[in-house]
Design a protein around this ligand. Structure first.
Ligand code: SF4
Length: 187
């Protein structure tokens, strides 16, 4: 994670150069997936960590704009950079943007979601009930409980595919919110 951060930090202020790097990344990932027989290529940004700066957000958006066949999504707490994920008024159609919302940033998330209605919400709580309460405070439905956390699908299948490939709910092809509970199966 530290080396990833440093790699991205190197391109602070140079979205064009970082876009080229991300295109290489997307193309390599797509080639791997296609070789493995995946017909719908996906890319989940930031397994951990977050968007670091303006150029980082812009490069993600531009890379997806240039690769419309790759469906991507990300979760972010950098609400101040969400607008940089747009190409024009909205992000590219093949990029889903989730605000990671917890009890501490819900008020701010509400303002951002009101301003940018294309964002989706990822409710993060210590329990499903907490996720529901956060959503209720924002006057929206909690959305899907992540099926990997519920235990309906494995984190990685026997053939090496990740849960998100099997589930695909967070892809830009759907529109709903999602909930993540750190205590998984508990209420
Ligand atoms: S809801 Fe589905 S796509 Fe979203 S994080 Fe969970 S397993 Fe992955």
């Amino acid at each position: 994670m530290a080396s990833n951060y440093q790699a991205v930090e190197h391109y602070r202020g140079d979205a064009a150069a970082l876009t080229r790097q991300f295109l290489t990344l997307l193309d390599e990932s797509a080639a791997l997936q296609r070789r493995a027989g995946v017909d719908r290529v996906t890319f989940r940004w930031q397994w951990d960590g977050d968007i670091a700066h303006d150029a980082h957000a812009q490069a993600i958006a531009r890379a997806h704009e240039a690769r419309p066949d790759i469906l991507g999504w990300l979760y972010t707490r950098r609400f101040d950079l969400v607008h940089r994920l747009r190409i024009g008024d909205e992000p590219p159609e093949n990029l889903a943007v989730f605000l990671s919302v917890d009890r501490w940033n819900a008020t701010k998330a509400r303002k951002v979601a009101d301003r940018y209605p294309w964002v989706r919400l990822a409710f993060c709580g210590e329990s499903w009930n907490e996720c529901r309460e956060i959503a209720r405070g924002m006057e929206v439905a909690r959305g899907l409980r992540c099926p990997e956390l519920v235990g309906r699908i494995p984190l990685v299948t026997d053939d090496g595919r990740g849960a998100c490939t099997a589930c695909s709910y967070c892809l830009p092809t759907t529109r709903g919110h999602v909930a993540f509970s750190t205590t998984k199966g508990k209420a």
